[in-house]
Ligand binder design. Structure first.
Ligand code: 5GP
Ligand code: ZN
Length: 124
């Protein structure tokens, strides 16, 4: 299974999740993108949207990944609604992309947090 994934890092937690080596609660996947529920949700809806390709963070993005990142951004609202976020404008959602140590990133595989649902939330 892993041989089809470009730039898989065998030591990366989220690469292991994409490869099925660590279980996750799947939200969505296609050839390039994987989405799964955060193990410690801050909000009634909280999932992570990641590229299947190992990209450490936003800081490593190149022009070649512009279309991929664009697809992730266009996908996020659709998945947010499908997962139970209420519609805009009374509902909505929050996207968060922690980058680097000072950006609060703990897992070094690019991920977009998608959070939503009725307030109050645990955090954020
Ligand atoms: P960061 O702080 O890097 O932006 O966020 C990493 C997120 O990954 C955290 O919200 C954390 O709860 C989540 N996370 C860490 N390990 C796992 C795991 O093994 N499975 C899942 N589903 N989420 C994880
Ligand atoms: Zn990775």
């Amino acid at each position: 299974m892993t041989e089809n994934i470009v730039d898989h890092d065998p030591n990366c937690l989220f690469c292991k999740i994409v490869a099925g080596q660590i279980p996750s609660k799947l939200v969505y996947q296609d050839d390039e993108i994987y989405a799964f529920h955060d193990i410690h949700p801050w909000a009634p809806v909280h999932f992570l949207l990641i590229p299947k390709q190992h990209i450490a963070s936003m800081a490593q993005l190149t022009d070649a990944q512009a279309a991929l990142m664009g697809r992730m951004m266009v996908l996020a609202p659709k998945l947010a609604l499908a997962q139970g976020c209420n519609p805009y404008p009374a509902g909505g959602f929050r996207l968060l992309c922690n980058t680097g140590a000072e950006g609060g990133q703990e897992v070094p595989h690019l991920h977009i947090h998608v959070m939503g649902g009725p307030r109050p939330w645990l955090r954020g």
